[in-house]
Design a protein around this ligand. Structure first.
Ligand SMILES: [Mn+2]
Length: 303
């Protein structure tokens, strides 16, 4: 495969600083080498998308903090992601906080609309990221990105990179969810998302969960995108994330998920977000992100 790594070092969609250093930490943890050892070509865009530091920006609307600079950076990301898909690349997007998914999903939506393909997204996250400005307790945009892609939220973000709904909520599944805001939960039910909570994963086991996820997408879409928020992991194994939340995936569970998604043959893009080196221990969360990427791209232990 031809992989194009696209970085967006943006951290002002979240209230904890530091995920802007995520792409650098993931590079340091050996991403390029891991991709090349699998026999793929790895292309990294240089210079990357430049983002002003949070200290020099105005917060703006407290229910949509840093709306303008997030929209601007996400527009550029959308353009690059769309171009990568149209040129036949597998885009691998590195964040940054999860607000960058607004750009990734807009770019994918635009590309697949041009190609006439149905596509879906697997949201691997402790949270739903399905708030609107009305329901968000914090006003942080990283908690709104999936809702925006599905057409709910501020028009500047919903209509980013084209005034159409980027992602059909009927083609979205979430897995690993264990913390939802009350209004967000109502938004999700209204949109009709398919949700596998952490409790569902406990009941079914990861092997059965991923079997169901793969058949869900196989019945509905031609292409699959996976967006991995590292806070889906248990903080015992991945301390370097913006919002650590107990009761997350084990390392083995996430690798099984990643391998099975790769084996499905549907996967055409991926995104890794919320690695926060300021909070990490010996860069272990970034190393984990690299291993997840390796398995998503076809890496196996014994074949
Ligand atoms: Mn998230």
């Amino acid at each position: 495969m031809k992989i194009r790594v696209i970085e967006l070092p943006l951290d002002f969609g979240a209230s904890r600083r530091g995920s802007d250093m995520g792409p650098s930490a993931i590079r340091l943890a050996g991403l390029r080498q891991a991709i090349q050892e699998l026999g793929h070509t790895c292309e990294e865009a240089f210079p990357g998308i430049s983002v002003p530091a949070q200290e020099f920006l105005e917060v703006g609307d407290p229910q949509l903090k840093y709306l303008a600079p997030i929209a601007e950076a996400c527009e550029e990301l959308a353009r690059r992601v769309e171009q990568a898909v149209l040129e036949g690349y597998f885009p691998l997007v590195l964040g940054g906080d999860h607000s960058i998914a607004i750009g990734t999903l807009a770019g994918l939506g635009a590309a697949y609309q041009k190609q006439g393909l149905r596509w879906g997204t697997l949201w691997v996250d402790a949270h739903g990221d399905f708030n609107t400005p009305e329901t968000s307790p914090s006003g942080n945009i990283h908690g709104m990105s999936l809702a925006i892609a599905c057409g709910y939220g501020h028009p500047d973000l919903v209509h980013l990179h084209g005034a159409f709904r980027k992602l059909d909520p009927a083609h979205v599944a979430l897995v690993g969810v264990r913390d939802l805001d009350p209004g967000e939960k109502l938004n999700m039910k209204k949109a009709g998302l398919s949700v596998f909570t952490m409790t569902d994963v406990d009941r079914l086991g990861m092997a059965e969960t991923v079997r169901r996820l793969v058949s869900f997408f196989r019945e509905r879409v031609d292409r699959l995108h996976v967006s991995v928020d590292m806070d889906v992991m248990d903080p015992m194994v991945a301390p370097g994330v913006g919002i650590p939340l107990a009761g997350g995936f084990t390392y083995r569970e996430v690798l099984l998920l990643a391998e099975e998604l790769a084996a499905s043959g549907l996967l055409a893009s991926a995104e890794l977000v919320e690695v926060n080196p300021v909070l990490d221990v010996r860069n272990q969360t970034a190393h984990m992100a690299v291993e997840i990427a390796r398995r998503l791209l076809g890496g196996r232990v014994y074949e």
